[in-house]
Design a binder for this molecule. Structure first.
Ligand SMILES: [Zn+2]
Length: 311
């Protein structure tokens, strides 16, 4: 069954390796092309991620550097990788091809300049999270102790996203930031978050938050990172499915997708260690859910909620 995986950090690894890793088959990448093919991942989201402690004046260049690897390594050396730049491009992906979406995990790179975000949009970024776990000029993240929400700049970015049919990602946001985004964003999404009721972690969504997402007909993509799945001990695929069960119990059966976080994690769900293992999750889901429901989780729900689809 085809999968849309909305979050991985392969670009960060490619950029850090300065050309030493081949996207086609580097074993260091949990998300390389061979593994995507084996796991039947039909569309992959590629995040641009900038370490928060990098000197501010180097961050934009680092973002452009990661985009350069997206163009020259991921797309340039693999003609069967298709850049999804418009939401209508999903229809262009042929059998044997894999779609690739550029996403931005935190806007640190743009400083306080929306013009830089506009350039990233023109290069293909179609999903934007305001911040990672720390605070930045746009918002406070889930790990920021003061727990603030969005700044004026953060709100301007959400408005920019609304105007350009860009998803605003609530994964990593502080709780206060979450509620401000859900008010303001036309296209909120959680690209890689689980249920806090199942695993009490600030990176996960509370029941109130998940219910608000579903009321707004927004997607939550579950993440394969063990600390977000289970409070202690090794995590299994069944443990991950408990989060899907819980979101379904809140009315989200049509609003659940997948966001692995491969290449951004160093602990793994047993039998879900890289993209090639993705069908293990599908096969286990098929024991609990109908084929239509599983197809929803794996790809169709996301396709039903593309910006512009229901306007
Ligand atoms: Zn993340």
């Amino acid at each position: 069954m085809n999968i849309i995986d909305l979050h991985c950090d392969a670009l960060l690894k490619l950029w850090e390796a300065k050309g030493r890793l081949r996207f086609a088959d580097a074993p260091e990448l949990q998300t390389n092309k061979a593994r995507l093919q084996k796991g039947q991942v039909k569309v992959q989201g590629f995040a641009i991620f900038i370490e928060p402690n990098m000197p501010s004046d180097q961050k934009y260049q680092a973002a452009l550097g990661q985009i350069d690897y997206f163009y020259k390594e991921v797309l340039g050396k693999n003609p069967d990788m298709v850049h999804i730049k418009e939401w209508s491009d999903f229809d262009r992906i042929k059998i044997g091809q894999i779609g690739a979406i550029l996403t931005l995990e935190g806007v640190d790179a743009i400083g306080n300049e929306i013009s830089k975000l506009r350039i990233l949009y023109q290069l293909g970024v179609r999903l934007v999270g305001l911040t990672w776990n720390n605070a930045n000029l746009a918002a406070d993240g889930a790990g920021e102790p003061r727990g603030g929400g969005l700044t004026e700049l953060g709100k301007e970015i959400v408005v920019f996203n609304n105007e350009h049919q860009i998803f605003t990602d609530v994964s990593h946001l502080s709780d206060k930031g979450f509620w401000e985004v859900i008010e303001l964003a036309k296209y909120p999404i959680a690209s890689h978050s689980n249920a806090r009721a199942v695993c009490n972690h600030p990176r996960n969504l509370t029941d109130d938050q998940a219910t608000a997402m579903f009321k707004k007909d927004s997607m939550i993509h579950v993440v394969y990172h063990p600390p977000f799945i289970k409070e202690s001990g090794a995590a299994t695929i069944s443990d991950l499915i408990k989060h899907i069960d819980h979101f379904c119990s809140l009315g989200g059966v049509k609003n659940i997708g997948l966001g692995s976080d491969f290449d951004g994690i160093s602990q793994f769900v047993i039998n879900l260690e890289d993209a090639s293992k993705s069908q293990n999750l599908i096969n286990e889901l098929l024991k609990h859910y109908s084929e239509d429901e599983v197809r929803g989780f794996s790809s169709e729900n996301f396709l039903d909620h593309l910006p512009g689809k229901r306007e």
